[in-house]
Write a protein that binds this ligand. Structure first.
Ligand code: BG6
Length: 485
C-alpha cells in the first residue's frame, strides 16, 4: 500500500502454538520470500516455553519445512527470514516477565505490530503487561485472533478491555476468511461488473445458499471445539462475513470505513431467530462413526472421549430484513466430517417471467462462487442444444465458467494470512473486523443459542461422510429448495 508506514517489529504471542507454526510463520516467510517485508523488520516470538533465539529459529525452520512447498524454500531466503527471528520467554500471568520485551523489541519508532494468538482468557493480563512495559503507545497496532469471546457479553468484555489501551483504528481483529482471494473477489464481481447488480436483490434472486463443508473432525482441538461448536466456530464469524459481503449495499469506496459500514448494516438487518422460530429455522447435528474418502473414522464422542451435546453441524435459514432482500431466504450450512471440503456461495436467480418454449423445461440461472478448494465462478445458463429441432427445440443448462485458476495461472495464490499479515504490517484495516460487526454477529448468534436452550434442542446424529442429519434436507425442501452439493 502506498502512503502508510510499515512497522519495524512484530511481537507474536503464542509463537510456539499451532497457528503460528502452521500459518503465521509460513505466511511471514512467504512475504519475505517475495521481498515484501521491510528490510529491517524483526519478528519477536514469545510464549511460556523457555527457548532462546536459536531454538526458536530451529523450530521455525521445521515449521517452514512442514508447511511451505519445497520449491519455495530457497536456502538464502530461509536464512534471511530466520535471521529476523528473536525469542523472549514470557509467562503472561507473571507481570514481571514483560520487562524483558522492550529491549528485544528495540526502537519502535516506525511502529510495532503485536499479534495475540493466545487464548482470549489471557488477553487481559497480556494487555496489562504490555501497558506496564510501555508497549501500547500510539505507534503500536494490536491484532487479535479468534475466538473473541464466546457470546456477546464476553466479546464486549474483551473489546472494552482492549479499547482501554488501543483505539479502534489500531485494533486488527482477524477473520481469516477475509484474507481469502475469492472472498475479496466477491466485491470485484459485484461492484466492478454491471451485469449482476441490477438482479442482485429480491426482484432477481430466489434464494442464496452458503456452504462451508469440511471433512476433518476434531483435529485434536478437544478442549476448544467442544466448548464452541459449529455455530460459534464457523457461523458467528466466517459465514456471517460471507453473508455480509454477498448482501451488502455498494460501499461508497473500497476503504476500511465504507466497506465495514455497509457490512455492519447487513449484520444488523439479520432477522432475529427466537425460541419460537429456532426449531423450524435451524438444524444441528453431531457426527457418528462413518466413512470419509473410503476410510472409517470415529464418531465425535469417541474422538472426544466422552459424552457431549456440542453440534458439529449446523444448517439454518436466515433473512436480511431490508429493502433489497425482502423475502429472500439465506440458507447457511457448515459442518465437520461432511463428504467433501468445499466452501461456496450459491445464488439461485428467479425463473424467467414467461417461457416462450412451451413444454420445455427452462431452468432458472444460478451463480456458483466456489471459494475453495479451487476458486471458480460459474454461471449456469440455458442454451439451445444444437440440431434441426424437428421435434421441437431442446434446451440445456450449460456452465459459463470463469476458471480463475487458469486465467491467473501465473499468479501465485497466497494463503489468507499472508494478505492479512501484510495489511497489518502496513496498517490497512479494510480486511479486519470492526467492533460493531463482531458485536452484531454475536447478538444474532446468542439469540439462536438461547432458542436452542429454551427448546432443549440436542444435535441429531449423522454418519461421518454424509451431509448432516436428514432434517437439514427438510429445512430447504420445505421451501421447495435443494442444497447445492
Ligand atoms: C477456523 C475454525 O476458524 O476455520 C476451524 O476454527 C475450521 O474449525 C477453519 O476448520 C476452516 O478454515 P479454512 O480456511 O480451512 O476453511
Amino acid at each position: 500500500m502506498s502512503g502508510v508506514t510499515p512497522v519495524s517489529a512484530i511481537l507474536l504471542f503464542g509463537a510456539t502454538g499451532d497457528l503460528a507454526q502452521r500459518m503465521l510463520l509460513p505466511s511471514l516467510y512467504g512475504l519475505d520470500e517475495s521481498d515484501l517485508l521491510p528490510d529491517d523488520l524483526v519478528i519477536i516470538g514469545t510464549a511460556r516455553n523457555p527457548l532462546n533465539d536459536t531454538a526458536f529459529q530451529a523450530a521455525a525452520r521445521t515449521a517452514l519445512e512442514h508447511h511451505v512447498a519445497a520449491e519455495r524454500l530457497i536456502p538464502e531466503r530461509v536464512a534471511r527470514f530466520l535471521q529476523r527471528l528473536r525469542y523472549v520467554a514470557v509467562d503472561v500471568t507473571d507481570p514481571g516477565q514483560f520487562q524483558h520485551l522492550p529491549r528485544a523489541v528495540g526502537e519502535t519508532g516506525r511502529g510495532l505490530a503485536i499479534f495475540l494468538s493466545t487464548a482470549p482468557s489471557l488477553f487481559g493480563v497480556t494487555i496489562a503487561g504490555l501497558a506496564a512495559a510501555g508497549l501500547t503507545g500510539a505507534e503500536v497496532r494490536l491484532a487479535l485472533e479468534k475466538p473473541l469471546g464466546d457470546d456477546l457479553a464476553s466479546s464486549r468484555m474483551i473489546n472494552d478491555l482492549v479499547a482501554d489501551l488501543f483505539p479502534e483504528p489500531r485494533i486488527f481483529r482477524i477473520d481469516h476468511y477475509l484474507g481469502k482471494e475469492t472472498v475479496q473477489n466477491l466485491l470485484a464481481l459485484r461492484f466492478a461488473n454491471i451485469l449482476f447488480e441490477p438482479m442482485w436483490n429480491a426482484g432477481g434472486v430466489d434464494h442464496i445458499q452458503i456452504t462451508v463443508s469440511e471433512t476433518v473432525g476434531l483435529e485434536g482441538r478437544v478442549g476448544f471445539y467442544d466448548r464452541a461448536g459449529a455455530l460459534r466456530d464457523m457461523v458467528q464469524n466466517h459465514m456471517l462475513q460471507l453473508l455480509a459481503l454477498v448482501a451488502m449495499e455498494p460501499p461508497s469506496s473500497f476503504n476500511a470505513t465504507s466497506v465495514r459500514d455497509d457490512k455492519v448494516k447487513v449484520l444488523r438487518s439479520l432477522r432475529r431467530l427466537d425460541a419460537a422460530t429456532v426449531p423450524t429455522h435451524t438444524v444441528i447435528g453431531q457426527y457418528q462413526t462413518g466413512a470419509i474418502a473410503g476410510g472409517l473414522v470415529p464418531g465425535y464422542r469417541d474422538e472426544l472421549g466422552g459424552p457431549s451435546e456440542t453440534e458439529t453441524f449446523v444448517a439454518l435459514k436466515a433473512h436480511v430484513d431490508n429493502w433489497r432482500w425482502k423475502g429472500v431466504p439465506f440458507y447457511l450450512r457448515t459442518g465437520k466430517r461432511l463428504p467433501t471440503r468445499h466452501s461456496e456461495i450459491f445464488i439461485q436467480f428467479k425463473p424467467v417471467p414467461h417461457s416462450i418454449f412451451h413444454g420445455v423445461a427452462v431452468e432458472a440461472n444460478k451463480l456458483v462462487i466456489r471459494l475453495q478448494p479451487q476458486e471458480n465462478i460459474r454461471l449456469l445458463m440455458m442454451s439451445k442444444q444444437p440440431g434441426l429441432d424437428r421435434d421441437g427445440i431442446r434446451l440445456q443448462e450449460v456452465p459459463l465458467d470463469l476458471g480463475l485458476t487458469n486465467v491467473f495461472a501465473e499468479t501465485r495464490r497466497r494463503i489468507a494470512y499472508e494478505r492479512l499479515l501484510l495489511d497489518l504490517i502496513e496498517g490497512d484495516p479494510t480486511l479486519f473486523v470492526r467492533r460493531d460487526e463482531v458485536e452484531a454477529q454475536w447478538d444474532w448468534i446468542d439469540a439462536i443459542r438461547a432458542g436452542w436452550r429454551a427448546n432443549s434442542m440436542a444435535p441429531k446424529p449423522y454418519a461421518a461422510g454424509t451431509w448432516g442429519p436428514s432434517a437439514a434436507i427438510g429445512l430447504t425442501e420445505r421451501d421447495g429448495v435443494s442444497w447445492h452439493d
